[in-house]
Each structure stands twice: as structure tokens, then as C-alpha cells.
Design a protein around this ligand. Structure first.
Ligand code: C2E
Ligand code: CA
Ligand code: CA
Ligand code: CA
Length: 273
């Protein structure tokens, strides 16, 4: 077990006894943290092909009382082992919908993207969790983008597609996150009610130097064009990658534009004239 500063949190690959214990402790702490309101919503901007602010992705952080700010890479995988991830997703969704309602009242035409775990999509309450929030906040649903991964295609595929269709009919948009890293048979995309592909940052990293990454991205672009999908490049870190996005008509997200910021700081940065 790789210890993180003597606390109970650790990365793990497979489950032996010790690791199971660490995971159990992390899960317990996270459950408590959720109750004690220790989660925080961060936002990272998405710029359209003209370089204008088009929206943001909601990314969760855990402000632990002793351990400081904990990144989701450490606790999301633990949460995903049980229905705890559903409580966590719903916390993020509630915060995000409330924020989006605020923006819509201010007349801001921005999308807000929220990550949804495959386990949540498979859960019986998924559709009602979303429709409840759309109603509660009287949202224009077309501004809400739910980011799912190809993990939703592993089990209960037909049921997942039906749920997505129900929400899509209300205007909710879906994006395939980390696109290119999974099954990557492009053909299944046709059967999904999806408006957006997010090209995984591992491909963007290689632009413009690595011919294989450029080829991969170019192929994704041409398929997306034919299917009428919006493309978002993740992990845009350099001016060159940003210029590539604008030239190719992709939305851009990454450290070149901004690092994820707490909501108040993000709004301060982007909304102050
Ligand atoms: P993701 O959805 O693929 O999110 C993108 C990750 O890349 C974020 O890490 C973001 O901070 C990071 N990133 C953004 N721009 C750059 C860049 O230019 N360079 C590099 N190297 N990295 C960049 P973060 O916030 O640590 O999130 C990690 C993962 O945790 C997310 O990956 C997502 O799978 C999961 N996650 C985060 N928030 C939530 C949530 O609210 N619900 C669920 N279910 N999962 C979440
Ligand atoms: Ca995402
Ligand atoms: Ca991603
Ligand atoms: Ca990812």
C-alpha cells in the first residue's frame, strides 16, 4: 500500500487484506465527509472554437479537515465500489444545477458539464435524480451536459441507452468522456443519444509532435463531423494545442486556459468585467 502522508488514503491496484482495509476506511471517512459537507465544487472552463467561454466542467474536491484538499483521483474509485458514488454524484449534480439556475437567471448562455459514474447510470433512480433537479431549479435542460464514459457500455447497455434517450428528450446533453481510451469501436456511438465527444488528454498531449496522436485525433474529428457531434479537447496545455483546437473547430479545456478553480474564484475570474 502506498501511504499518503500517514493517513488512511492510498492508491491501490488490486485488493489484498491491507488494501481492503484502507479502502474501507477511506469509504467510511468519505461517507462522513459527505455528511459534514466537506466536498467542494470546482470549475474548469471550456472555450469554443472562437476562443470564447462556452461552459465549464464541474470537478469535485474533498476538503478533508486533517489531510487538506484531496483530489478525486484518490476517492472517486473508492466511492465507485458502492452506492456511495450515487450520493456523491447527486451532491455534485445538486450543486451544479443550483449554479446553472443562477447563471440562467443572469441570462448567461453557458453549458455546465457534470461527470456521472457508470454505476449511477445503471441505478434505478438515475432518470428521476436528474428530472427532480431539472424541475426543482426550473432549468433549461439543454445547458446541462452529462459526461459518461464507455464504462456504461459494459452492462445493461439497452437499459442505459433508454435512460439516456428519456433525458435527451428533455433536452439534456450527453458527452462521452475520455473518448478514444475505451472500446473505441466508433460504431456504437451511432446508437447513443450523444452530442459531444471529449478527446482524452493522452491524445492531446502528443499534438503537434507525435504523428500517431495527430492521426488519431484527426480521425476522431472526421468521424465526429460526419455524426454531427461537438468535440472537446481535454488537457490543452500549450498555445500550439490551443491553436490546433481553434483551427480544427474543437472546444478546448485545459491548464493553458485555466486550472479547475473553486466556483467563487472561477466566477470572479470569468464574470468580472
Ligand atoms: P476527467 O473527467 O477526465 O477530468 C479531467 C481531469 O483532468 C481533471 O482532474 C482535471 O483537473 C484534469 N485536467 C484538466 N486540464 C488538464 C491539463 O491541461 N493537463 C492535465 N495534466 N490535467 C488536466 P481531476 O479534477 O483530478 O478529476 C479526475 C477525475 O475524477 C475526472 O477525470 C473524473 O473521472 C473524476 N471526477 C471528478 N469530479 C467528479 C465528479 O463530480 N463525479 C464523478 N463521478 N467523477 C468525478
Ligand atoms: Ca470529465
Ligand atoms: Ca476526461
Ligand atoms: Ca479521465
Amino acid at each position: 500500500v502506498k501511504r499518503q502522508g500517514g493517513n488512511n488514503l492510498a492508491y491501490y491496484n488490486d485488493v489484498d487484506g491491507k488494501q481492503a482495509l484502507v479502502m474501507f476506511q477511506t469509504e467510511k471517512a468519505l461517507r462522513l465527509g459527505l455528511e459534514r459537507n466537506e466536498l467542494q465544487l470546482y470549475l474548469q472552463s471550456q472555450l469554443d472554437e472562437q476562443g470564447q467561454l462556452a461552459g465549464a466542467e464541474a470537478l469535485v474536491r474533498w476538503q478533508h479537515p486533517n489531510e487538506g484538499l484531496i483530489s478525486p483521483g484518490l476517492f472517486i474509485p473508492v466511492a465507485e465500489r458502492s452506492d456511495l458514488i450515487i450520493a456523491l454524484d447527486n451532491w455534485v449534480l445538486q450543486q451544479s444545477c443550483q449554479l446553472l439556475a443562477n447563471w440562467q437567471q443572469q441570462g448567461r448562455k453557458l453549458t455546465l458539464s457534470v461527470n456521472i459514474s457508470p454505476r449511477h447510470v445503471r441505478h434505478a433512480d438515475f432518470v428521476s435524480d436528474i428530472t427532480h433537479l431539472l424541475d426543482l431549479y426550473q432549468l433549461d435542460a439543454t445547458a446541462l451536459v452529462l459526461e459518461v464514459t464507455e464504462g456504461i457500455l459494459v452492462e445493461d447497455i439497452d437499459a442505459s441507452i433508454t435512460k439516456m434517450q428519456t433525458l435527451a428528450a428533455l433536452g439534456v446533453q450527453f458527452a462521452i468522456d475520455d473518448f478514444g481510451t475505451g472500446y473505441s469501436s466508433l460504431s456504437y456511438i451511432r446508437n447513443l443519444p450523444v452530442q459531444e465527444l471529449k478527446i482524452d488528454q493522452s491524445f492531446i498531449k502528443g499534438i503537434p509532435l507525435h504523428a500517431n496522436d495527430v492521426a488519431m485525433v484527426t480521425t476522431i474529428i472526421s468521424v465526429a463531423r460526419q455524426l454531427g457531434l461537438r468535440l472537446v479537447a481535454e488537457g490543452v496545455e500549450t498555445a500550439e494545442q490551443n491553436a490546433f483546437c481553434q483551427r480544427e473547430g474543437l472546444w478546448a479545456q485545459g491548464y493553458f486556459i485555466d486550472k479547475p478553480l473553486p466556483v467563487a474564484a472561477w466566477q470572479q475570474r470569468w464574470f468580472t468585467p
